[in-house]
Design a binder for this molecule. Structure first.
Ligand SMILES: Nc1nc2c(c(=O)[nH]1)N=C([C@H](O)[C@@H](O)CO)CN2
Length: 118
């Protein structure tokens, strides 16, 4: 299966368990691997035959500006489901990272995989 990857995608969202995190948006960093349903675009050289990664990023940023999740796990699940349902990907691997949220920890996050990797 061919894969589109997007690394270090920054997005603003309300994310966190604690009260202050429920009112102050944070920047999260996303690393995405997206399975492409077919390899047609490799031969056709046509954007309609693949998943438009620009559209994926714009859609995710819009959704994250509108939603509030308490846990990184729930945020990652929402993104994975969105990639599969709205863009037809059979498989997605989603990492969500918080930067500098814990004392003396540079980055903390979760990675999930959903769907079937052919
Ligand atoms: N497994 C998780 N643990 C914690 C999360 C989380 O999303 N998943 N979140 C928090 C707080 O929001 C933290 O980021 C701020 O201190 C704590 N533990």
């Amino acid at each position: 299966m061919d894969i589109i990857y997007l690394h270090e995608v920054r997005a603003r969202t309300l994310i966190g368990w604690y009260d202050w995190e429920r009112v102050a948006p944070q920047v999260v960093e996303l690393d995405l691997e997206i399975g492409i349903p077919s390899a047609r675009a490799c031969a056709s050289d046509d954007l309609v035959d693949t998943i438009d990664y620009d559209a994926v990023v714009k859609h995710i940023r819009k959704v994250l500006e509108e939603r509030h999740f308490l846990l990184l796990e729930a945020l990652a699940e929402h993104i994975a489901q969105l990639i599969m349902q709205d863009f037809g990907a059979p498989w997605a691997k989603v990492s969500v990272t918080k930067l500098g949220i814990l004392h003396e920890v540079g980055r903390v996050g979760v990675t999930i995989e959903r769907g079937h990797r052919a």
